[in-house]
Design a protein around this ligand. Sequence first.
Ligand code: PLP
Length: 223
Amino acid sequence: MSIQTNLEIIKSELPENVTLVAVSKTKPVSDLLEAYQAGQRIFGENKVQEMVDKWSQMPKDVEWHMIGHLQRNKVKYIAEFVSLIHGVDSLKLLQEIEKQGAKHNRTIECLLQMHIAEEETKFGMNKEELAQLLDSDEFKNMKFVKVTGLMGMATFTDNQSQISKEFNSLKTIFDYYRLKQIPNCEFKNLSMGMSGDYKTAIYCGSTMVRIGSSIFGSRSYQE
Ligand SMILES: *Cc1c(COP(=O)(O)O)cnc(C)c1O
């Protein structure tokens, strides 16, 4: 099926308050343009160089979301244009984002990544680390960073109740912070759900799904 048809099907399934991030990593610009022509404006990439290349080639009203693990020394390449960084999981990374935001005099929106899966390999913070970060003076004094929510990835499994359990735990943390007044924070985005589990994620309260292969087809290598 065409990219346009895939997009139409997925969009028809999403509630109005759920934002679709089209994950275009590894895909050629021609595929992104096809999605763009079908009305898609938000694209997710996980590699800095690839995102910069595509940014320079795509129309300027595209919003670019960095969804992969971001190395501190690469923030400078995307600070000028990135709309949302999903995978922030340390104060040190936030400090670098702050520094690069200052250079460009723009506030950079970030999501803090939580570790909710069983797997050891996935990035992310636990509840205590999150509380500590949000409570730190370093964070509170930032001027060019805004935390607009949380991001998480469920365990890669067919066990739907396991996935629901993990997404629900993230939603609980999200709701807790949404009601609090914290400097530099506005908890409005809960980024959870990919091609294999976005329906479950939406059921559990996701407001932002990151969908790649269900739009663009399978990738030749896995990330
Ligand atoms: C690749 C990726 C996705 C999209 O995965 P699909 O299964 O192709 O939908 C979502 N989130 C992150 C962090 C990714 O790296």
